[in-house]
Design a protein around this ligand. Structure first.
Ligand code: ZN
Length: 270
């Protein structure tokens, strides 16, 4: 598609901190596509820009990232276009470019402003978060993104209720509510977990930050919300396989997280 077909390109300089400014580029490819951009009346360019800015601010504040610590982007681009190759996908993000499916916006029934903001908060998290160099569970990555959506006040009505789900890393809302529980145990937990995930990922980060196995935390969370009905009972009965040490036997202990994990491992095994 030629750049001449963009109906809207907006460059905004919005101060993020006293020493840093973010630039947002918003490109809608769908003004001349069949169906046009029927959402334009409700989603003004100013609304979209303010949501992008608010999302960045919330993500960086939640991650407690100061300048120079996180990723070095000074621009985030939002492209709205038809996802002809994957029509069921709502949005996707690569580096600092968020792509949103125009067809999803066209057909959305309900509060489109809230839904747009929720999707942006989720995708904006992917722009800034660490993924352990791609080793973190996908469910955790998307859980952190939906945690940001939850904390922004954009959880949609269709989400599963708090306490539901069968695995801590099931992803999206299930993991988001679990992370919210963990953050309640240790304020700043999500920020610290994200910081630990800069270079690699290990379940032992939960032990390091909260002093418990993630499976134990998940069980506590399920019990706290009275939802034993879908609690995966094998967790309580298969001690050796659930509490395996996720390092090879010849690994050299590398961190306090490893040592704490080993301590817990020995405690539960003997
Ligand atoms: Zn995602």
């Amino acid at each position: 598609m030629s750049p001449k077909q963009f109906i809207l390109v907006l460059l905004l300089l919005i101060p993020l901190t006293s020493t840093h400014a973010m630039m947002y580029e918003i490109i809608d490819h769908c003004d001349r596509a069949p169906g046009g951009n029927k959402y334009a009346n409700e989603l003004s360019i100013y609304y979209k820009a303010s949501v992008l800015s608010g999302a960045t601010e919330q993500v960086l504040n939640t991650f407690c990232q100061i300048e120079g610590e996180g990723k070095k982007y000074d621009t985030v681009t939002l492209q709205i276009e038809s996802f002809t190759q994957s029509p069921d996908t709502v949005a996707s993000t690569k580096d600092n470019v968020i792509r949103m499916n125009a067809d999803y916006l066209r057909h959305y029934q309900g509060d489109i402003k809230k839904e747009f903001a929720g999707v942006v908060y989720h995708e904006m998290t992917h722009v800034w978060q660490w993924t352990g160099n791609g080793t973190a569970p996908t469910g955790l990555i998307n859980g952190i993104a939906d945690y940001m959506r939850l904390k922004g006040g954009y959880a949609p009505k269709g989400w599963p209720r708090k306490g539901s789900g069968s695995r801590w890393d099931e992803g999206y809302a299930v993991t988001a509510y679990f992370l919210d529980y963990c953050d309640g145990l240790e304020p700043g937990f999500v920020a610290k977990l994200n910081a630990l995930m800069k270079d690699s990922y290990s379940d032992a980060f939960f032990v390091d930050l909260l002093g418990k196995f993630v499976h134990r935390l998940w069980r506590d969370y399920k019990l706290a919300h009275g939802s034993e009905e879908d609690y995966p009972k094998p967790y309580a009965r298969t001690l050796p396989s659930d509490y395996h040490v996720p390092w090879k036997a010849d690994d050299v202990p590398k961190s306090n997280a490893y040592l704490k994990y080993l301590q817990y491992y020995i405690h539960y095994m003997f």
